[in-house]
Design a protein around this ligand. Structure first.
Ligand code: FE2
Length: 417
């Protein structure tokens, strides 16, 4: 039995001790009595692990190396470059890249990742590699796989059959990219079929939806309508929805009522879309985020995600969810003190809701003892200082533990810091 004392538990200000037994949280409270091992957290902030609910592991790090940069910085050039490159893809290469990406994220406190895997590939190379990794790494990280038709459900010949095959192989969710299809009608029909496939295979839905700056892009409306009719909104996520930031307020207000009804979820990828969107603008340039603050106020679930690391779409990224959160709350104006105090929800609980892993997620008695410790004493300080993750615990055991940073040499002036 292990006891963690002097903890500041996010969302539970009255309890400061955590008792862990048999890989689970046994009790959360105070004065919890004896234990085999007592770990003093010195008042530091304890959170459930970071969740990255939207990451492309099959082409992670594909943008590294000479000649691989996306020159225009647009979504469309990224898709073309990947399309050319993936013809020579092997399971070993996907595994190698994905492993490196997962290591990056886990080393920064992530324990739950939803990854979109391109199924517009006759060999389903990425899906095969990631299904193996999902099983192999489950003691370290919970991976969910979205069967994602990167080159279009209709635009890529045979994508529908390939998606069905991927769902039969065990993908956790059905994806789509309606704004990339060859017409509005094709986009709508793709959504219809993807929703039907998801229901047939009893999996979640996660659509790359309206990832553009076109105020007339309407696939979010269509997706929302379809899942409302099927009462599938809680199992559905609209990723990106950047165009929704450009629509008229009167239209947005109408849609807010419909989103409330459907309970559809949203994912915003702040760094990726700040990079990709607004490329056709002079000034002012659009920020690339959907209406995060307003959707949250509307009662819809919104999470932030990394999306890409050094691939054909985005040259940066390192799996640090604190960086994503920091960028996201700035770009979304989610910076009132009350908002900052609950902003960790965007990279923890809200992502877990999207992945529907609630039963195993959260610092509560009876759940697996998964948590992280930050080098700060409350949520506000942690976000303002962009605090580092000092420890990540999964099933009661450390994935890592590191000492807070110290200077080797410093002048007296800095000693009080
Ligand atoms: Fe994506």
């Amino acid at each position: 039995m292990k006891k963690f004392i002097n903890a500041t538990i996010y969302g539970n200000p009255d309890s400061h001790e955590i008792l862990v037994e048999n890989n689970q949280f046994k009790v959360i409270g105070n004065d919890l009595g004896d234990a085999d091992e007592v770990i003093d957290l010195g008042g530091r902030l304890v959170l459930p692990p970071y969740v990255d609910p939207h990451l492309h592991l099959d082409y992670i790090f594909s943008g590294l190396g000479e000649g691989n940069a996306n020159i225009s910085g647009t979504l469309f050039e990224g898709i073309q470059r990947w399309s050319d490159n993936k013809k020579t893809l092997t399971e070993e290469l996907v595994r190698e890249r994905a492993m490196k990406g997962i290591q990056k994220e886990v080393s920064k406190g992530v324990q739950f990742i939803r990854t979109h895997v391109d199924i517009t590939d006759p060999n389903l190379t990425g899906m095969k590699a990631l299904i193996k990794l999902r099983e192999e790494l489950k003691s370290i990280v919970t991976l969910q796989l979205v069967a994602f038709p990167q080159e279009g459900f209709f635009r890529y010949k045979g994508a529908e059959e390939l998606m069905e095959k991927a769902l039969e192989m065990g993908a956790d969710a059905a994806g789509g990219i309606p704004h990339f299809e060859i017409s509005y009608e094709h986009g709508v029909e793709s959504l219809r079929r993807i929703v039907d496939l998801a229901i047939k295979y009893d999996v979640m839905i996660d659509i790359h939806c309206d990832e553009n700056d076109d105020p007339n892009s309407r696939f979010l409306e269509v997706l929302n309508a379809l899942v409302t009719e099927k009462e599938y909104g809680e199992y559905t996520t609209a990723s990106h929805t950047t165009s929704f930031a450009s629509v008229e307020n009167s239209y947005a207000n109408k849609m807010m009522g419909l989103f409330k009804e459907s309970k559809i979820n949203f994912i915003s990828c702040p760094t990726e879309n700040a990079h990709l969107q607004g490329r056709g603008d002079t000034y002012p340039k659009r920020r690339g985020l959907t209406r995060v603050k307003e959707l949250l106020a509307n009662g819809n679930n919104v999470a932030f995600a990394q999306d890409s690391i050094a691939d054909y779409w985005y040259p940066l990224g390192n799996g640090n969810m604190m960086n994503i959160l920091d960028n996201g709350i700035h770009l979304a104006h989610y910076t009132h003190i009350d908002e900052i105090n609950k902003a960790f929800d965007l990279i923890t609980y809200n992502g877990a809701n999207i992945m529907r892993v609630n039963e195993e997620y959260g610092i509560e008695a009876g759940k697996p003892a998964n948590f992280i410790v930050l080098d700060a004493t409350d949520a506000y300080e942690a976000i303002r200082e962009r605090a580092e993750v000092l420890a990540s615990v999964r099933n009661g055991e450390y994935l890592f533990k590191r000492a807070p940073r110290v200077n080797e040499i410093e002048i007296d002036f800095l000693k009080e810091l």
